[in-house]
Design a protein around this ligand. Sequence first.
Ligand code: ADP
Ligand code: MG
Length: 138
Amino acid sequence: MDIQVTNNYKETQKIGERLAGIIKPPVILALLADLGGGKTTFTQGLAKGLGIKNIITSPTFVLEKIYNIPKKKYDLHHYDLYRIEPDDILIDEILENAKDNIVVIEWAEKIIDYLPKKNVIKIKFSITKDDKRKIKIS
Ligand code: ADP
Ligand code: MG
């Protein structure tokens, strides 16, 4: 368990960027937070750390976005479950993708009970004050 406090969005992106350097498939990053907690901001840093040049936005209306990771044989799958009630088919798809890709999930609360114990990193964002966020990684 690791708790960090960030004072602005750039510091939150840095946490994602640093984590990018130490993860590889199979892995699920389960992002837990309220709206505006910093899940997408974190994912922007993660993508940057993976060498992805695309502009990262929440896949709220498309559910999933897939980004090619330069020089790697695996991709980054970015899910946002905000607008949906995940069914078995979607959960299976996510678990299948996580076997050989990096999967990051916004609003992972919705499927947290179905995630395996192994290869899941939970990242909880709490808004403590204005631009401050407490980020708990476990
Ligand atoms: P989420 O995806 O969790 O809904 P976003 O990352 O889209 O959240 O939005 C977070 C918002 O809060 C952004 O507008 C960002 O600039 C702002 N913000 C302010 N301080 C921070 C911080 N310390 N970490 C992350 N985001 C911050
Ligand atoms: Mg978001």
